[in-house]
Ligand binder design. Structure first.
Ligand code: HEC
Ligand code: HEC
Length: 223
């Protein structure tokens, strides 16, 4: 160890055990077909090893630059939870991090995000026993994600006070949501939930005044 870690290094240190734990926990999930006690032990053992391969380093370093999906989504929270798409998202997409909600990205962004995930799955060490989808399964997953994607604003955003706060704060993790997708009374709860995600993922949160400004904007812009 050389001196005080700079910001980037600190985040690696935090994320390294987090990702390792996530992988071990994911392999331990009883609901998934390939998870066995041996897998769990192998993943736990692998997590203890110093990271030596380029692939694992690459994975960890990249994960410090981009947020992970939140860990709060359960299979039952997914839209149309019995569908094949939802079941594949749980099976293939929750082994390294929380279950990604299809509402986390717009339909235009999902192809790029999933392309990155196919690469991560293909390149991760088989010791983790992460299932890799066939091309046909990939299509089912992408279709499901885009069918239930975040609705983004296609028209110009109305120019009420708070527009700039909304535009800068709410485009950090996904495209700007269409204000008309919720009725005025619903926005407060949504923005509060986004603030929870910001706290968990970005390690920063909005002040009460900032929340109020954005909520007031969305309430006016949603009608
Ligand atoms: C092999 C491990 C692994 C699997 C399996 C995996 N991911 Fe990821 N995922 C990562 C890592 C590492 C990051 C953080 C770095 C990044 O964003 O590329 C991440 C980040 C994300 C993010 C947050 C970053 C963003 O761009 O919004 C989303 C959303 C996501 N994954 C969706 C998925 C989906 C959907 C699947 C299933 C098709 C999936 N992941 C499967 C490793 C994985
Ligand atoms: C830290 C990352 C992050 C930021 C910043 C963020 N979101 Fe989100 N957003 C998410 C995630 C993760 C989901 C999917 C899970 C969920 O719905 O809670 C989501 C989903 C959504 C959805 C679809 C789900 C729903 O309830 O309709 C809307 C709308 C939304 N965000 C609006 C916003 C607004 C408005 C802001 C600014 C206050 C914002 N987001 C900022 C991460 C973020």
């Amino acid at each position: 160890m050389k001196g005080t870690p700079r910001d980037g290094q600190r985040r690696v240190l935090i994320l390294l055990p987090a990702l390792a734990l996530g992988l071990a926990a994911a392999c331990a999930q009883p609901a998934t077909d390939t998870a066995t006690a041996a897998d769990t032990a192998a993943a736990a053992a692998a997590a203890q090893q110093p990271v030596t391969s380029y692939t694992a380093d690459d994975l960890l370093l990249a994960s410090t630059k981009v947020a992970l999906p939140p860990t709060t989504i359960t299979p039952a929270d997914l839209p149309d939870p019995q569908s094949q798409g939802a079941q594949y998202v749980v099976r293939f997409c929750s082994r390294c991090h929380g279950i990604p909600s299809p509402a986390m990205h717009s339909a235009t962004d999902w192809p790029g995000v999933t392309r990155r995930m196919w690469l991560r799955m293909a390149r991760i060490d088989p010791v983790y026993a992460i299932p890799v989808p066939e091309v046909g399964d990939e299509l089912v997953i992408l279709q499901y994600l885009t069918d239930h994607a975040l609705k983004v604003s296609t028209a110009n955003l109305p120019d009420f006070p708070g527009r700039q706060a909304f535009e800068t704060t709410c485009a950090e993790c996904h495209e700007l949501a269409d204000p008309r997708q919720h009725s005025p009374g619903d926005w407060f709860v949504v923005v509060r939930r986004m603030n929870e995600h910001m706290r968990a993922i970005l390690g920063q949160e909005l002040s009460a005044a900032e929340i109020q400004e954005i909520v007031l904007y969305l309430e006016r812009a949603s009608t």
